[in-house]
Design a protein around this ligand. Structure first.
Ligand SMILES: [Zn+2]
Length: 180
């Protein structure tokens, strides 16, 4: 993965945290690991361990086959949530020329979810859906950039945010935004 800045990983995970809140109305926790460990957006950050890409599953294995009844809108929302990590970094860091922390697991999850609903999808259709999820995530990131920056700052400083702490930061940002 190369050199990852902790700030970059924090921005990635903060993107997931904010997407979870604004898409699903649920606060969620996050953790950043030092070294090559990357980060995770999870309801139980205290118990989380570094994500091991070498044991990561393939897109097909990640297909949530029990979720075949979900609507297209739900599917898209979930995939916008996955894309929000990368798109946060892209939007916030790219201008500074900083290296992106690319979590390949996110794209695999998007592909897996899409294949669960459309098992016969072509490569072109999968690529198209990945693009759509990223376009929508980018527009969400732009709208909620201030929230992402505040969550990322605290995550970078503390290393771990519980769902309750994330909610506090989101609400404090809301109050800030309203005063402006
Ligand atoms: Zn991610």
């Amino acid at each position: 993965m190369g050199k990852l800045s902790r700030r970059s990983i924090s921005i990635h995970e903060a993107g997931h945290v904010c997407a979870n809140f604004f898409l699903f109305g649920q606060p969620i926790g996050a953790v950043v690991f030092d070294g090559e460990g990357g980060g995770l957006c999870t309801p139980s950050p205290e118990a989380a361990e570094p994500y091991n890409l070498s044991t990561a599953k393939t897109a097909k294995e990640l297909s949530s086959s029990n979720d075949t009844k979900i609507t297209a809108r739900q599917l898209l929302n979930e995939c916008v949530f996955f894309a929000a990590g990368y798109c946060s970094q892209e939007t916030i860091l790219h201008e500074c020329g900083q290296m992106l922390y690319f979590d390949n697991g996110d794209n695999r999850l998007i592909t897996g979810h899409f294949l669960a609903i459309h098992p016969d999808a072509s490569e072109d259709e999968i690529t198209g859906f990945l693009s759509l999820a990223h376009i929508m995530a980018r527009s969400m990131v732009k709208r909620y950039k201030k929230y992402i920056l505040n969550v990322a700052l605290q995550l970078n400083q503390r290393g771990t945010l519980t769902a309750t702490e994330s909610l506090e930061i989101l609400l404090a940002t809301l109050a800030q935004v309203r005063r402006i």
